[in-house]
Design a protein. Structure first.
Length: 239
């Protein structure tokens, strides 16, 4: 233990002092270490997607059902339409599928003829930058039987770039503080930065109650905090 006092004291903060050997001891020594920074925040925005679906043997009737629901949706959101960012409801699709023949249940051994079913759908996408709108929007969709799902990836902060920068700044400050601590133990001072490697990652889990893709789904009762973590690997001169 006494042979390695530096390793014993400083290994928990992941730093290493690099001193030249022999005649090179007059050269400037360096210390390499890591720093960490965290920023916790609450999501304030969400990206949402809803779909209207209808099936009918007659394609025109399937389309009419979708159009009717679409009109009701537009009427329902008229008072908040201006707050739905990047709104789009132009994605409409119509295709046909073949129903397999089914046995006739009247004692006859013959099967029914295969049936062609038309499937019509229309997708609505937008962002909300005020989560107070979330449950009212979900309730409108549920009342019309629209399909949707919610996951943590759909929630975000409207200024996440700034939060990333804040986390990196905290990590750099942490690295500088560790350098100063190491220098003080050696009766030296922490000098200039020789190299710096920055990394950040976002998003701890969002604690929330998720709505299912059903008209009877519950609305979201809670959206919890997230965290951005940044790390730096830095090399400083020691003076």
């Amino acid at each position: 233990m006494s042979d390695h006092p530096f390793r014993r004291i400083f290994s928990p903060v992941m730093l290493a002092l690099m001193l030249p050997a022999g005649a090179a001891l007059a050269d400037t020594p360096e210390v390499s270490l890591s720093g960490e920074g965290q920023v916790r925040y609450m999501p304030d925005s969400a990206r949402l997607s809803f779909s209207i679906n209808a099936e009918h043997p007659d394609a025109d009737k399937a389309l009419e059902q979708v159009r009717s629901t679409m009109e009701q949706w537009r009427d329902a959101i008229e008072d908040i339409r201006g707050e739905l960012v990047d709104y789009s409801d132009a994605s409409a699709h119509l295709y046909q599928r073949r129903e397999p023949p089914r046995p006739v249940r009247d004692g006859n051994s013959q099967d029914e003829e295969p049936q062609t079913i038309a499937v019509a759908s229309q997708t609505i996408t937008f962002e909300i930058h005020d989560l107070d709108l979330l449950n009212p929007v979900l309730e409108k969709a549920q009342n019309l039987g629209m399909n949707y799902s919610l996951g943590q990836h759909q929630f975000f902060h409207s200024d996440e770039e700034r939060l990333q920068r804040d986390a990196l700044a905290a990590a750099i400050r942490n690295a500088r503080e560790r350098c100063r601590f190491a220098a003080a133990q050696l009766d030296m001072t922490c000098g200039e930065v020789k190299s710096l490697n920055l990394q950040s990652s976002g998003g701890g889990p969002v604690m929330m109650r998720m709505a299912e893709a059903s008209a009877k789904a519950d609305t979201v009762s809670e959206v919890g905090p997230r965290e951005i973590t940044a790390t730096v690997q830095a090399t400083f001169t020691m003076e």
